[in-house]
Design a binder for this molecule. Structure first.
Ligand code: 9MR
Length: 397
């Protein structure tokens, strides 16, 4: 009975996608009721489940579980660092494609799609570029050419092998920046003005007509006051609307989803509401870098379950809020975690005062945490009428 119901739901999903005559997000594999991996459970909804991949961990023969889980649990992968400018072009004019190519090959081997991360960002730029601009040896005109050449070279290299590109990442300031009124921030806005955003999308489209082109940012999970001067989600919404009005080929908005259990965060309806509004512009959405960290208090570090359990539970609840909201919105195409194990997570290295961690869905010994189980439950206990198969996004010309 149970089996038949699953098969029926799968058939409806396949028929719906077939009617649209576009390949589903998880093309190439059919739903297998015996497979309880996240990627397979999500297939019923046409949703891709992804992870950021640390290439060093992937290649570590002493750590085989990392590779196994990266392959078996996820249907899309993102290079955590290997496609960033400093990794791809550490020396001017000399590209190092090796690690990024390796990830693309891994994805192909495991029937996974790739999210390309990232074409334009103010962090992890090569020193030759930032110092050249600083000392005046790279002029503004040359900088614009350098950016165009970089986007063209990278998108062309991976042409046809990237599902979604994060074209521009984190271009908008935060309320704690100076000035506190939200504005375009960082290296590129400073040197080229905000027009670089439209340019970047156009250059990326010219190099690959089929990739979905995303704007990606954090703290845009839900709308706040509605005033773009202090509501970052509203600012990004207005920006996307404006880009579309100019005919810029933007296809989606990626919400990173870096949350912490010490914050208020959001409920599912607020997050689903935000995804709905972006869909109203004709855009796809995705959660692109989800993790939910906690403060590692002295009690947590001493193994006190009174302190650990509520954090694990709150972390799981936040993963679930984002996943349920994504499931509820048919234009939310993928849900990517920013690393899947506490053994390899950017959080402890980044937040040290106070120390933070416990941000991912598996513990340091690759045991699934409550967050993993909640994600699994969300994927199992959802379906029509509220959760329907994804609507594939057509790349904008
Ligand atoms: O996880 C990445 C970490 O290994 C790098 O040291 C860091 C450098 O800035 O970038 C991390 O990834 C970031 C991502 O590229 C963009 N959104 C925020 C992520 C976490 O900082």
């Amino acid at each position: 009975m149970k089996l038949r119901r699953w098969i029926a739901a799968g058939a409806v999903a396949i028929a719906t996608v077939g009617a649209l005559n576009v390949a589903p997000a998880t093309a190439g594999r059919s739903y297998n009721p015996a497979d309880q991996s996240l990627r397979n459970l999500a297939l019923r909804h046409g949703l891709a489940i992804g992870t950021a991949v640390d290439l060093t961990a992937l290649d570590d023969p002493a750590d085989p579980r990392y590779r196994q889980l990266a392959a078996s649990e996820f249907s899309t992968v993102t290079a955590e660092n290997a496609m960033k400018w400093e990794s791809l072009e550490p020396t001017r004019g000399t590209y190092n494609w090796g690690p990024a190519d390796e990830l693309v090959a891994f994805a192909k081997q495991n029937n996974q799609r790739v999210r390309g991360h990232v074409l334009v960002w103010h962090n992890q730029l090569p020193a030759w570029l930032t110092s050249g601009v600083e000392d005046g040896s790279i002029s503004t005109t040359e900088l614009r050419d350098i950016l165009r050449n970089h986007i063209t070279a990278v998108v062309t290299h991976f042409k046809g092998r990237i599902w979604q590109w994060d074209v521009v990442n984190e271009a908008v300031s935060d309320p704690w920046d100076t000035p506190s009124t939200l504005h375009y921030k960082g290296f590129w806005a400073q040197h080229l003005g905000p027009g670089y955003i439209a340019d970047a999308f156009r250059w990326a489209r010219a190099a690959d007509p089929h990739a979905l082109l995303f704007y990606n940012d954090y703290n845009i999970e839900a709308f706040g006051s509605g005033d773009p001067a202090n509501d970052k989600t509203q600012f990004v919404y207005d920006m996307a609307k404006d880009l579309l009005a100019q005919g810029v080929p933007i296809d989606g908005v990626g919400s990173q989803g870096h949350l912490g259990t010490q914050y208020g965060n959001f409920d599912t309806l607020q997050v689903a509401g935000a995804l709905r509004k972006f869909a109203g512009l004709g855009l796809a959405t995705a959660f692109t870098e989800v993790d939910v960290r906690s403060q590692l208090t002295a009690g947590v570090q001493a193994g006190d379950s009174n302190e650990i359990n509520p954090r694990l539970q709150a972390s799981a609840a936040n993963f679930s809020v984002l996943l349920q909201a994504c499931l509820a919105e048919r234009h939310c195409l993928s849900f990517t975690v920013w690393g899947f194990t506490d053994k390899h997570s950017w959080v402890p290295g980044w937040f040290s005062d106070p120390p933070e961690g416990l941000a991912t869905i598996y513990d340091e010994n690759y045991q699934p945490k409550r967050a993993y189980q909640e994600m699994k439950a969300d994927l199992i206990y959802s379906g029509p009428p509220y959760v329907l198969p994804r609507v594939p996004q057509k790349p904008r010309r």
